[in-house]
Design a protein. Structure first.
Length: 260
């Protein structure tokens, strides 16, 4: 049975105060990877979470000790812990990691979504609990045999996927969509940008299809190569830079997981 920590109390089933978070998705969330009891990039996640709370004028601040206490209380030593915060509720839930080595070897197939991101929307820059577009398009993609949905913005530029950020390799350079395109800047996206020279540019669909390589990032999957967009196979997905970035990221995870 799923164990849930709600407002500092472990319960076997969810019992929340029905606030605007419940009714309208007025709140924020974070999804964090846990390795050997260590929460990966915890400070970075908390910074984004608390910035989102401030943006929504929710008078809460989630601190490191609160997350570490919840992780221990829910016996999450290797897995995923999710934090949902609204005006009246702070909820921690856990689940196992669902990505295995076979998935990394086969890569991701992305289905182009017909829903367009609006860079002026209030919800694109924060990890809002109002995730309806993402969930519907992700489920649609999976129903058609894809792993994720790829969003363009209203200017027909590549933005992000339903659950990840996207990068391309072009002339041996790492390029990602502009932060102003309507994307949510992920924690692993920022790690890539801090670790390697990365250009933020407008990326069209044609440019993606003609690139030398592509990969997506998020806090649970880490780095995942992209092998197809719709029915177009990307034969360039074996670009050596993607494997180099993947190996470097796994070294970082290993170090954090060992408490270094």
């Amino acid at each position: 049975m799923l164990k849930v920590l709600i407002n500092n109390e472990i319960v076997d089933s969810a019992a929340i105060f029905p606030d605007r978070g419940y009714f309208y998705g007025y709140g924020v969330f974070e999804t964090l990877l846990v390795i050997n009891g260590h929460v990966i990039f915890l400070e970075e996640h908390l910074s984004r979470l608390n910035k989102g709370l401030k943006y929504l004028n929710i008078q809460k601040v989630i601190i490191r000790q609160e997350v570490e206490t919840a992780t221990r209380a829910l016996s999450c030593y290797n897995g995923v812990i999710k934090i949902n915060v609204s005006e009246e509720n702070t909820i921690f839930t856990t689940r196992p990691v669902s990505y295995g080595q076979e998935q990394y070897e086969s890569g991701y197939r992305l289905m182009l979504s017909g829903v367009k991101r609006n860079p002026t929307s209030h919800i694109v820059g924060i990890k809002s609990m109002n995730y309806l577009d993402n969930i519907i398009e992700l489920e649609k993609a999976k129903k058609h045999g894809f792993n994720d949905a790829l969003f363009l913005n209203i200017h027909e530029e590549i933005c992000e996927t339903a659950v990840a950020n996207l990068f391309i390799i072009e002339d041996n350079k790492i390029i990602t969509p502009e932060g102003s395109s309507g994307l949510l800047s992920g924690i692993v996206r920022q790690w890539v940008m801090d670790t390697y020279p990365v250009l933020e540019e407008n990326i069209t669909l044609d440019r993606l299809l003609l690139s030398e390589g592509a990969f997506v990032t998020n806090s649970v999957i880490g780095i995942m190569k992209v092998v197809a967009i719709d029915e177009v196979t990307l034969n360039h997905h074996k670009h050596k830079m993607i494997q180099q970035i993947t190996n470097k990221y796994r070294e970082v995870l290993d170090a954090i997981g060992r408490g270094l």
